[in-house]
Design a protein around this ligand. Structure first.
Ligand SMILES: NC(=O)C1=CN([C@@H]2O[C@H](COP(=O)(O)OP(=O)(O)OC[C@H]3O[C@@H](n4cnc5c(N)ncnc54)[C@H](OP(=O)(O)O)[C@@H]3O)[C@@H](O)[C@H]2O)C=CC1
Ligand SMILES: Nc1nc2c(ncn2[C@@H]2O[C@H](COP(=O)(O)O)[C@@H](O)[C@H]2O)c(=O)[nH]1
Ligand SMILES: [K+]
Length: 480
């Protein structure tokens, strides 16, 4: 009979090590380059991803992450339609040209048109009849006289300024400015709508020069799917909506469930940029790569709200998990994502130095304006709810949404692997990303590296003692 091995490998995490400073020819941290690979064929301008959790990433967070050069992964605990709508909101938020603008008919009521626009987060609708543009209804048209039962045709602006679909951006800008208008529909010779350019989108592209964008100039966004049930039709709908990557999300990514799901998705959608996780070992990474993934998400039990290691006894300290998986990733030229346990820019830098190409964050972003949920006050301090997706509350929320809760359900039947928590309210995600990227840039320079790839080649870790760790913190002072 084979026995359990009594030889123990050492597993280390962020607090166990430091990066040894190296001679650097960098004279300003701005010279460092944070460009990195998210997956086989996708790149980001900063190595940061917002977690596919229901208290972290819906469209608000994903828009912000893409604007500053990263990416957000829309969580999967939504109906297919809801998740698709979140992807569409991101795609429309920063397009240079909106390909399929939302339209209404002239005989719809103003009330229904306003609701339609509000649901889709847009400020105006093109009015189309018989396939041709006949007007535009914007907030201007309804601002002063709001009679919800009047018809769109009676309030819309009929003299619409339009342009040819092939118009150059600088000419479109000129027309918008000269006519003091916000929206310029692009209409072909037969009067059919072929697109829409808005001044808001033009401002966005100018305001966010480092945004991560797809080939059409729209913000990058990813979306998660599970491994059972509707995952194939969900994947199809998300890809149709323009999702740039699909993330197969399961607690134990080194399982038949996950490997089978990856195989099905790759077979059904060969062009899909596919990420899967989570795993924590070389074997896990090897098997997902063998199944066809374009990036591997690494981290079992490392998350701030995660109790998998407590409940199951399973997991690998995050730095060791990343190093083991990154070695396999390098052999196959497949990027690795470090997911869970990142508390500071120092942790993120260590994960990158250990071989991860990007870092996924939950708790760091959980308290920002861009997460779903409202700000709560407790004892005079402001918080936002942040919870594990395998927590009791998250599971109950899912079951309630699916109409699957009954008074006979015994809460003891659910074994949670996550907790419900609160994180301090931290304002806009922009400031957090500035701190994170600033810290990582500085981290590169301490490693004598201009880029993440160079740091991965140069990095030298030193294992530290408890005393070394204590010395690393502020000490013998009262921090203000
Ligand atoms: N990174 C991490 O360390 C962890 C992350 N999570 C997060 O929590 C959420 C819920 O996760 P998850 O439970 O996977 O999602 P689901 O509840 O959607 O479970 C997915 C499917 O996998 C099966 N399954 C779950 N755990 C295992 C396992 N250990 N071995 C084999 N099959 C399993 C489930 O079946 P059945 O219920 O019948 O077993 C279910 O059919 C996800 O967002 C996940 O990322 C959760 C735990 C750890
Ligand atoms: N074991 C569990 N892990 C979870 C759960 N919900 C999410 N997660 C993982 O944590 C990270 C976020 O970690 P953080 O340290 O940045 O806060 C997330 O991306 C998931 O991989 C859960 O319920 N249990
Ligand atoms: K944990």
């Amino acid at each position: 009979m084979k026995r359990v091995s009594l030889e123990f490998r050492e597993g280390l995490t962020f607090d166990d090590v430091l990066l040894v400073p190296k001679r650097s020819d960098i004279t300003s941290r701005i010279q460092t380059d944070l460009n990195t690979r998210l997956s086989r064929n996708l790149s980001l301008n900063i190595p940061l991803i917002s977690a596919n959790m229901d208290t972290v990433t819906e469209s608000g967070m994903a828009v912000a992450m893409a604007r500053y050069g990263g990416i957000g992964i829309i969580h999967r605990f939504l109906t297919v339609k809801e998740q698709v709508d979140e992807v569409l909101k991101v795609k429309r938020s920063g397009s240079i040209m909106i390909e399929n603008p939302y339209t209404v008919g002239p005989d719809q009521t103003v009330g229904s048109a306003i609701d339609y626009a509000r649901d889709r987060d847009v400020s105006g609708l093109l009015v189309v009849s018989g396939g041709r543009l006949i007007g535009i209804m914007t907030e201007r048209d309804t601002a002063f006289e709001l009679n919800r039962s009047s018809l769109v045709r009676d309030v819309m602006t009929k003299d619409v300024v339009t342009a040819d679909p092939g118009i150059a951006m600088k000419d479109a800008k000129q027309i918008l400015y000269q006519n003091r208008i916000e929206k310029l529909p692009l209409v072909d010779a037969s009067g059919r709508v072929r697109g829409l350019i808005t001044s808001k989108d033009i401002r966005n592209t100018e305001d966010y020069p480092h945004a991560s964008k797809d080939k059409k100039g729209r913000p990058l966004v990813g979306a998660a799917v599970g491994v059972k049930g509707d995952f194939m039709e969900r994947t199809e709908a998300l890809l149709d909506a323009g999702a740039d990557t699909i993330v197969v999300d399961i607690a134990h990514g080194h399982s038949e469930n996950a490997i089978r799901a990856v195989g099905h998705i790759k077979k059904g959608f060969p062009d899909c940029e596919l990420i899967a996780g989570n795993v924590a070992t070389a074997g896990g990474a090897e098997d997902l790569i063998g199944a066809g993934v374009d990036a591997v998400k690494v981290g079992v039990g490392s998350g701030s709200i995660c109790i998998t290691r407590v409940i199951t006894g399973s997991g690998v300290p995050q730095l060791t998990a990343v190093m083991d998986c990154a070695k396999v990733g390098r052999d196959h030229d497949i990027p690795i994502i470090s997911d869970g346990g990142t508390r500071t820019s120092g942790d993120a830098t260590k994960a990158l130095a250990a071989g991860a190409s990007t870092v996924m964050m939950g708790s760091i972003l959980g308290g920002t304006d861009e997460t779903p949920g409202t700000v709560l006050t407790k004892n005079g301090k402001q918080f936002k709810v942040y919870r594990g997706m395998a927590s009791l509350a998250a599971s109950l929320g899912r079951k309630t949404k699916e109409g699957d809760v009954s008074p006979d359900d015994d809460l003891n039947d659910y074994v949670a692997e996550g907790v419900e928590a609160m994180v301090s309210y931290r304002g806009s995600v922009k400031d957090i990303l500035r701190q994170m990227t600033g810290g990582i840039r500085s981290g590169l320079s301490y490693c004598g590296a201009h880029s993440i790839r160079q740091m991965q080649q140069n990095a030298e870790f030193v294992k530290i003692s408890r005393a070394g760790f204590a010395e690393s913190q502020p000490h013998d002072v009262s921090v203000m």
